[in-house]
Design a protein around this ligand. Structure first.
Ligand code: GUN
Length: 282
């Protein structure tokens, strides 16, 4: 049976440390503030934004959520971002993705001040990440790296496979594993011979968003499996991309869903907000 990589416990530990750090910052008159922009009524996005608000409350981070209707004009969002960029009480800005189809996502992301870009989605921050000079890291891949560190999982020299090539998870995850010395293969929906490639993995990160994609015949015994998928099954229960029950019998270590990467993403967002607040006053 695989070792369970518990992201819930680790995220609580990180948040407890942040809470102490935030108290210290407040003594120096630094009150970390996060603005979250939610456009439209995507049910999953509403839940994520609610969890981010709750985490801010628990940690003592000042948070403001801006809820705009699904027909909001691009100009309205750009104007809001301009005012948040100039707002001294706001250190982190996050625009929840996906945005409605009529909005140009790239344009919106580029309108965020890179110093306040706590998602690390702005091309300037993505570029720094690529060249190994990142000061802030995208929340989900950063959460995965923290899990690997906490459980002393060696990365350098390992064969890693990332399934998914999104800008939010797959691409930055591949860059971070590469910067840490892994040999990285990135698979996606057009990849041929997926099974053969995944079988080569010593570290497997699945961020495909497809329940049941990773089956036991696709993994090498002893593999470290990080399941980034957050899907709902037919009964409405949360499940990852991995057939946990069977894969956990052959893997060396595995993250559960829920309780794996999910809570780490929020903890990393809180950390990035604190980092942004401290850096702005440097
Ligand atoms: N949508 C899904 N994940 C994320 C995330 O980490 N940040 C933002 N802004 N939107 C998302």
């Amino acid at each position: 049976m695989a070792r369970i990589l518990d992201g819930k416990i680790l995220s609580e530990k990180i948040k407890n440390n942040l809470q102490i750090e935030i108290k210290e910052l407040k003594k120096k008159n630094i009150f970390p503030g996060l603005a979250v922009v939610l456009v439209g009524d995507d049910p999953a996005s509403k839940i994520y934004v609610g969890s981010k608000e709750k985490a801010c409350r628990e940690l003592g981070i000042h948070s403001k959520v801006f809820r705009l209707g699904k027909d909001a004009a691009e100009k309205e969002i750009l104007e809001l971002l301009e005012s948040l960029n100039a707002d001294k009480e706001i250190h982190g800005i996050l625009v929840q993705l996906p945005l409605p189809k009529h909005i140009d996502e790239k344009k919106i992301i580029e309108a965020i001040d890179p110093k306040k870009d706590v998602d690390c989605f702005h091309p300037e921050n993505v570029g720094r990440l690529m060249v190994g000079n990142g000061q802030i890291f995208p929340c989900t891949p950063a959460g995965v790296m923290e899990i690997l560190k906490e459980y002393n999982i060696e990365i350098a020299g390992k064969d890693a496979v990332v399934v998914g090539k999104s800008n939010i998870v797959g691409k930055p995850m591949a860059a971070m594993l590469l910067n840490a010395g892994a040999t990285v293969t990135v698979c996606h929906s057009k990849t041929t011979n997926l099974k053969e490639k995944i079988l080569g993995a010593e570290i497997l990160v699945s961020a495909a968003g497809k329940p049941g994609l990773i089956t036991v015949d696709m993994v090498k015994p002893g593999v470290v499996v990080i399941d980034v998928g957050i899907n709902r099954n037919a009964e409405g229960r949360l499940t990852g991309d991995v057939d946990f029950e069977k894969v956990s019998r052959v893997a060396g270590a595995i993250t559960p869903v829920p309780g794996g990467v999910g809570p780490m993403t929020i903890a990393m967002l809180m950390k990035n907000t604190v980092v942004a607040a401290t850096r702005i006053y440097e």
